[in-house]
Design a protein around this ligand. Sequence first.
Ligand code: GLN
Length: 503
Amino acid sequence: MNELLKKSALELADMLAAGQITSVELTQACLDRIHAVNPRVNAFLLIDDDGALATARDIDERRARGEKLGRLAGVPIALKDNMVTRGKDTTCGSKILEGWKPPYDATVTLKVAEAGMPVVGKTNMDEFAMGSSTEHSAYGPTGNPWDLDRIPGGSGGGSAAAVGAFMVPLALGSDTGGSIRQPGAVTGTVGVKPTYGAVSRYGLVAMASSLDQIGPVARTVADAAALQEVVGGHDPFDSTSLDEPVAELEKLTAQAAGKPLAGTRVGVVTELQGEGYQKGVLDSFNASVEVLKGLGAEIVEVSCPSFDYALAAYYLIMPAEASSNLARFDGMRYGIRVEPESGHVTAETVMAATREAGFGDEVKRRIILGTHVLSAGYYDAYYGSAQKVRTLVQRDFTAAFEKCDVLVSPTAPTTAFKFGDKIDDPMAMYLNDIATIPANLAGVPGLSLPCGLAAEDGLPVGFQILAPAREDARMYQIAGALEAGIGEPIALSCPASEWEEQA
Ligand code: GLN
C-alpha cells in the first residue's frame, strides 16, 4: 500500500500546500487502492476516476498559479450514495433507484466541489439508510476492514470501511439514528453527527427529515473537524438549516489536544451502559473515562431515565417520516418502472409493481409500520406517544447539561458482529442504535472516536461524546483531548494496511 494513504487528511493538505505532492498523485493513489481492494470490501458502488482526476488536475493547476485555495483543496473524499450528484448514479443502496442520474447536486456535493476536493466515488449503504450493518444494501454488504467476515456497521458502512481501509482519507455519511457514529465505532474510525441543521440536508435523499443529519467520517478528530468546516453553514435551500457562522473547529480541536481538561465536567450516562453491553466495550470505555479523569476532567454519573424509551420512540417516528418520504418512489418520477404482469396498466398498478420489485424487505417493513402508526385510529396511541417521549428525551438532555458540559457513553453496545448474525432478527439489529438514537431525537451533536480494542475479540470500540445543540466545538475539543490522551492511533493499526493488493 502506498504509504501516503496512511496519512491524515490534514497531513496530506499540508503536503499539498507545501508542494511535496500533487493532488493528481494523491487521487491516483486512492483510486489505485480502491480498484485493488474494492472487489473484496465492496465499500464503493460507484468509482469516479475521471471526475476525481479532473478536479485534482484543476486544483494542481490553480495551486501552481498561486491561487489561494481552501484548507482541504486537493484532498480526496467519498460521498455516501444518498447524497445526490448531478449526472452521476445515486442509488441509496436501493434497486428502485438503480440507474437514476440526479439532475442536480446536493449542497454538500457543491461545497466539496467548491473546496476543491476530488470525489473518488459513492459509498455503499443499507437501502435508504435503514439498517446497522449494510446487509440491507441491494448491492451486497460491505466488509469490515478489521475482519471481512464482519459487518462495518450501518447504514453508512461503505463510508466507514472506505476510510478505515485506507481507500480515501475522508468521507461523508448521514446519521438518522446512528449511521455515522455506529459504523465509526465498529471500524475504528471517527464519525460525527453535527447539531441538527449545522450541515444542509438539501439533496440528501430523505429518510426521516426531522432526524437526518450529514456529517464527517475520518481517521482523526481534527480531520473530521476540518471537514465539518467545509460542509457546514447556512443554506437557504434547507429550511431547517441553522443561520449562524461555522466555528473554527479544526483550530479549536488542535488547540485542545495535549491540554488538560481541568474545569470540564463529563457526565457518564447511567442508562447507556450495563446490560446488553459487551464486556470488552465497557472495559475500553471505562479506561477512556479514566484517561479523561487523568487529564483533569471531573467525572459525574448522570441519569437520563427517558433514554430507556428512546429506541421505541425512534422506531415509531422514523418509519412514520420514512413512509411519507418514500411515497415519491412511484415508478413515474425516479429510477426503475415495473409494469404489472397481468391486468390493467394504471398508475396504481404500475406503482404497486414498481414498489414491490424495487424495495427490499426492511424498507417495506418500515413503510408498513409507518403508515400504520400514522393511520387515524392509531395516531395518538403510537405516533403521538412517541412524540411525547421525544420531548422527554430532550428534557433529559437539558437537565443533564445543567450538571455537565458533555455526556459520554459507548457508541455501540458491541463490537462488529458477523454477517448473518442479526439479519433475521430486526429487533436485535435495531438494538445496535440504543446509545446513538437519543442525540437524533434531541438534535444534539454526537461524535464517536476509537478508544481501544475489546480484549475478547481484538476489535475496535467507539467512545461517544454528546454536547448541547450548537456546541459542536466543545464536543470536538474534548474528543481531541481524549484522542491525544489515548495516544495509540487505533485506525492506523487496522489490518487492512497489510492487505496484499491485486490490481
Ligand atoms: N440503524 C438505524 C436505523 O436502521 C439508523 C439508521 C441511520 O442513522 N440512517 O434506522
